[in-house]
Each structure stands twice: as structure tokens, then as C-alpha cells.
Design a protein around this ligand. Structure first.
Ligand code: F6R
Length: 247
């Protein structure tokens, strides 16, 4: 289903409320809430609202485990562009999550250790009983996570090569496309699909053409987000501008 809100602020609060509900529903059960998290501009408002709920309404994250979708490769965690830095600044530094419950693909691994790391990332998610809730943005290539065009629907966590358009879109953060890493470690389409609930968010007219393809286009590896049409636990949460090309 597609839900359209008047603007991203209202939409972000709604998504944050659903995450908060999940977290509260697990409190006192001994089970953890297992969240799949995204970086980038799209989820910033959701994280802001989660921080507000923590500060002002006592929402605790002590029973929360998180798995981030992706990280550039190579990438030191302390770099300003790392997704570790992004998550710390936008969410983790402001809530009471236990550091040991945070998982983000490791951009510092030696190449020969990447495959084992990726298998272990999948295993860890399974050990926690799978992802309860996965939030996604969408890139202009149609990527979710960093599953670029050509990704297989059953793909797992792995090292991938970033699309040229993705690197161009990231060039501002890195002071030029030539400084954007060519690779990333990302959860696969198959990993994302196993989540019990998936929300893909998109804001602004810049995303309208890819949202039209993702929601209404033919399902194909050319636009990996179209695979989400095949799942019944997926919701596209849009602002009016991102939804403006839908029929
Ligand atoms: C980020 C990620 C990417 C972004 C996408 C949109 O962890 O996996 O798929 O969600 O590139 O980026 P923004 O939100 O910056 O438009």
C-alpha cells in the first residue's frame, strides 16, 4: 500500500510513532525490538522524533537492537561521511541504546574478511529472531540499501559496487565524486524481504520519477525497489511531492 502525507514532517512523526509502539510492545517481554535502519536525508525526521520521544516522553531503547542497512567500503567509522558517524549524530548519541546492541557493516575490514563478516551479519539478525521493522529510503537508481540495478531478489549481505549516479548524488558529502568510495557493504534484497514490516519513505519531487517506477513499474532487477511490490508487508510512505507522478 501507498500512504501519502501532506509533508515529510507529518509522515516522519507517523513512522516514528509506529517504531515507538513496536518498542513499547516488546518491553517487559524479555524480547528485543529488532530494527533495520537507514541513513541519508530521508530518515532524519524519524530519528529526530524518536529522540524527542526519548527525551520528552520517556521512550527507552534499552530493549532495542539495531542493524543498519549499509556502509561505504572502505570507510573508517570516525570519518565524517561514515554511516557510523551519521547514526551516532542523528540517533544513537541522543538515546539510551546499549552500544553492544548497535550493528553497522564494518567499512574497515580487509577484503578477504568481508564475505565472512557478511555471513555473520545475516546470522546475527537471525539470532535475534529477524528484523521486526525495516525502514528504507530509495536512491534515484531505484536502490534500496545499496542494492543497485542488477541486484538479485534473493541477495544477502555483501560487498557491492556503487552506481555512478549514486556516487554523483553523494559527491557533495565527499567534496567531489572522485572521493566517494566505489563500493559498499549492504544488506541484500533477500535480507530486507525477511523483515516482518517494511516501510519505504520518499520525500520531494526529486524522488517522484523513481517512486513512480518503484510503485507502478514492471518488477525487475533494473529497478531493485520494484521487488518490494512482491511483498505484502511493505508500505510506501510518501509526501505529496514524491507521490505526484503516481496515477
Ligand atoms: C542509506 C541507504 C540508501 C538511501 C538512499 C536515499 O542507508 O541505504 O538506500 O536510503 O540512497 O538517500 P537519501 O535519503 O539521502 O535521499
Amino acid at each position: 500500500p501507498v500512504t501519502v502525507y501532506p509533508n515529510k514532517d507529518i509522515a516522519s512523526v507517523k513512522v516514528a510513532e509506529r517504531i515507538a509502539e513496536l518498542i513499547r510492545s516488546k518491553q517487559g517481554t524479555g524480547e528485543k525490538a529488532v530494527l533495520g535502519l537507514a541513513t541519508g536525508a530521508t530518515p532524519v525526521g524519524v530519528y529526530e522524533e524518536l529522540v524527542r520521544l526519548h527525551r520528552e516522553e520517556g521512550l527507552s531503547f534499552r530493549n532495542v537492537v539495531t542493524f543498519n542497512l549499509d556502509e561505504y567500503y572502505p570507510m573508517p567509522p570516525t570519518a565524517p561521511q561514515s554511516y557510523v558517524t551519521f547514526m551516532n549524530e542523528n540517533l544513537f548519541n541522543h538515546i539510551d541504546i546499549e552500544r553492544e546492541n548497535i550493528h553497522i557493516p564494518d567499512g574497515t575490514l580487509a577484503l578477504e574478511d568481508v564475505a565472512a563478516f557478511c555471513l555473520n551479519y545475516e546470522r546475527l539478525i537471525e539470532e535475534y529472531g529477524g528484523l521486526d521493522f525495516q525502514i528504507l529510503g530509495i536512491g534515484r537508481t531505484g536502490h534500496v540499501g545499496f542494492n543497485e540495478p542488477g541486484s538479485a531478489p534473493n541477495s544477502g549481505t555483501r560487498l557491492v559496487t556503487l552506481d555512478d549516479l549514486t556516487r554523483r548524488d553523494a559527491s557533495r558529502d565527499f567534496g567531489g565524486k572522485e572521493n566517494v568510495p566505489t563500493k559498499a557493504i549492504t544488506m541484500g534484497i533477500g535480507t530486507i524481504f525477511k523483515a516482518r514490516e517494511i516501510i519505504l519513505m520518499a520525500w520531494s519531487g526529486k524522488k517522484a520519477p523513481i517512486i513512480k517506477k518503484a510503485v507502478e513499474g514492471e518488477v525487475s532487477g533494473e529497478v531493485p525497489a520494484t521487488y518490494l511490490q512482491l511483498a505484502d508487508n511493505v508500505e510506501f510512505v510518501l509526501d505529496e511531492a514524491a507521490a505526484s507522478e503516481l496515477t
